[in-house]
Write a protein that binds this ligand. Structure first.
Ligand SMILES: [Cu+2]
Length: 116
């Protein structure tokens, strides 16, 4: 019983204390799965045309049109290659801001990503 009191009991209390601290600190941000938001390219438009996301979110554009399109940042932040039907392009937004973009094949096609 002396051994329990002197070694095991303090060890148990220490373990309980550590687990309480870990729980209080929450899940580390690095282990949180990144959010993914989809934008569809169809009928010469981006849908939704404007999206609002939180920092760290990955946006995936998929061309559902039967015509090639691109996804090009107006400010040069990202640029896809020419996407054929059912091809995708992804970009992860790490910094808050407004990111307008367009299709370089059809510059009247525009969209924007707002990162909070
Ligand atoms: Cu286009």
């Amino acid at each position: 019983m002396k051994m329990f009191a002197r070694i095991i009991l303090p060890a148990l209390l220490l373990a309980v204390g550590i687990s309480a601290i870990v729980k209080a600190s929450g899940v580390p941000a690095a282990q949180t799965a990144p959010q993914v938001v989809a934008v569809k390219i169809d009928n010469f438009s981006f849908g939704p045309q404007s999206i609002s996301i939180s920092s760290g979110t990955k946006v995936t554009w998929t061309n559902r049109d039967d015509i090639p399109h691109t996804v090009v940042s107006t400010e040069g932040v990202f640029k896809s290659r020419v996407l054929d039907t059912d091809e995708s392009f992804s970009f992860t937004f790490d910094k808050p801001g407004t990111y307008p973009y367009f299709c370089s094949v059809h510059p009247k096609m525009t969209g924007q990503v707002i990162v909070k």
